[in-house]
Design a protein around this ligand. Structure first.
Ligand SMILES: *Cc1c(COP(=O)(O)O)cnc(C)c1O
Length: 466
């Protein structure tokens, strides 16, 4: 597809500016540019077709199945967008006096109360703009806690090897040494490895439960007890809360601090690169260190971002919670778990799950043996799915499974879609035995096939050069 600059034809335009009805003023020479900007020149039809073509080349939740694990690519109800677009929410100014934005403050406070109830936390801030930003904020709370007690010897954060990559990165950004502990064969925390890692230098543990292989750690109470006994605190990565919201609470599992990705679980789409919110909740003990609270009370709080964070994301989260209600929230979680287990069982005859047991909201396929038998890798399968109109699952993550495909169907998919997806996987497992070469070259019907991913990441071309 041509870039918009390449479609440009000199002199063509679609400007409908009215004639100027005020006196023209000359800009001083020093402010004038020397040459005209090189903007693309196109007719309205061309512009419309260009963006429609781009739209057709993008795969979104509105186009088809998008089982990208650890990302919660679910369908978000339109009503949440509509409510967040109300002028009373979009027209406010961050410096407006409190009495002028009472309704907005109430939104923040109500969302804070509901999400604290769902997570079992005592307070929450909406300042952080993303999950990783929330982690950073949360681990800084833990640091502040130890510092305030004069406990300077706690220099280490324990992170299991199945963790999301942002966890060790966060601990390191906060100045901690990262202690990796190996998972047990069932994908959960190895209690002996945890005990061996714990000590007087432990500041805390970062964990997600269900973990990144989609399994709920049954030893969770023992895990958090051991960390507390050693004087550390427990951080819960609640980026994908789908599996447990309204069913069990991280606060009751013994966690002291949590972040939620409102842009995964609570009605803001994830993956569009748009604004997000990494709400950070904490127990009473950490409350004094929380950045400016949801209520923008203007006290002497630290800030990790300007004002109250991405406010409209919070509006969507509250609209979502209010439309689902007390029964709907756990029902969504149960459906997320049901859909994942249903799909795993249907795919199982074709591809082996890495952990063949009841999963939560997502599961991991292990294509190690499959690759040995057929020569077809997880990457080949992922690329082949594109030709069927399915977005590939998360690949090669978690790192503890080598040929991993990680699927998260989410609660918003129908049985028909899941049946179709399972059938596509079955067809691909047959194709791999018949025509592996075809799969090595997939996708065959996409604009971009197999880009050089290292070059794309290390030396991206972000600017058009004429
Ligand atoms: C998505 C995710 C994050 C990071 O969230 P961002 O908003 O992308 O920074 C952290 N942990 C887990 C488990 C996630 O799935």
């Amino acid at each position: 597809m041509k870039l918009i600059f390449e479609k440009s034809v000199q002199g063509r335009s679609s400007a409908y500016l009215p004639p100027c009805d005020v006196e023209c003023a000359d800009l001083p020479e020093s402010l004038r540019r020397e040459s005209a900007p090189r903007l693309p020149e196109l007719s309205e039809t061309d512009v419309s077709r260009h963006y429609t073509e781009l739209n057709h080349n993008v795969h979104g939740v509105n186009c088809g199945f998008y089982p990208l694990g650890s990302c919660t690519m679910k369908y978000n109800p339109r009503i949440d967008e509509e409510i967040a677009a109300l002028p009373g929410f979009t027209g406010i100014h961050p410096l407006a006096p409190a009495h002028a934005v009472k309704g907005c403050r109430e939104v923040l406070d109500t969302a804070r109360r509901y999400l604290c109830e769902i997570t079992g936390m005592d307070d929450m801030t909406f300042q952080p703009a993303a999950g990783a930003h929330g982690e950073f904020t949360g681990v800084l709370l833990i640091k502040q806690y130890h510092d305030a007690r004069g406990d300077k010897k706690r220099t280490k954060i324990i992170v299991p090897d199945s963790a999301h990559g942002t966890n060790p990165a966060t601990a390191a950004m906060c100045g901690y040494q990262v202690v990796n502990i190996a998972s047990a064969p069932n994908g959960c925390v190895d209690l002996e490895a945890l005990k061996a890692a714990l000590g007087e230098d432990t500041a805390g543990l970062m964990l997600t439960n269900p973990n990144t292989v989609g399994i709920f750690d049954e030893n969770i109470l023992e895990i958090t007890r051991l960390v507390h006994e050693a004087g550390g605190l427990c951080y819960y990565d609640g980026a994908n809360l789908n599996a447990v919201m309204g069913v069990v609470r991280p606060g009751d599992m013994g966690f002291d601090c949590i972040h939620l990705n409102l842009h995964k679980t609570f009605a803001t789409p994830h993956g569009g690169g748009g604004p997000g919110a990494g709400a950070v909740g904490c127990k009473e003990t950490l409350k004094p260190y929380l950045p400016a609270s949801a209520l923008m009370d203007g006290g002497e709080h630290v800030q990790v971002r300007s004002f109250a964070g991405n406010f409209l994301v919070v509006v969507k989260a509250l609209a979502y919670l209010l439309t689902l209600g007390r029964e709907g929230v756990p029902e969504a979680a149960q459906n997320a778990v049901l859909n994942a287990n249903y799909l795993m069982e249907k795919i199982k005859p074709a591809f082996r799950p890495a952990f063949d047991r009841l999963c939560m909201h997502e599961f991991v396929l292990d294509l190690g043996e499959f690759k040995k038998e057929t020569g077809v890798s997880a990457l080949d399968v992922a690329k082949s799915l594109i030709d069927y109109g399915m977005h590939p699952p998360t690949m090669y993550f978690p790192l503890i499974v080598h040929e991993a495909l990680m699927l998260e169907p989410t609660e918003t998919e129908s049985k028909e879609t899941l049946d179709w997806a399972a059938d596509v996987f079955r067809q691909l497992s047959e194709l791999a035995r018949k025509d592996p070469e075809f799969m090595h070259a997939a996708p065959h019907n996409a604009q971009i096939g197999r880009p050089d991913e290292v070059r794309a990441a290390r030396s991206p071309v972000l600017r058009y050069t004429f």
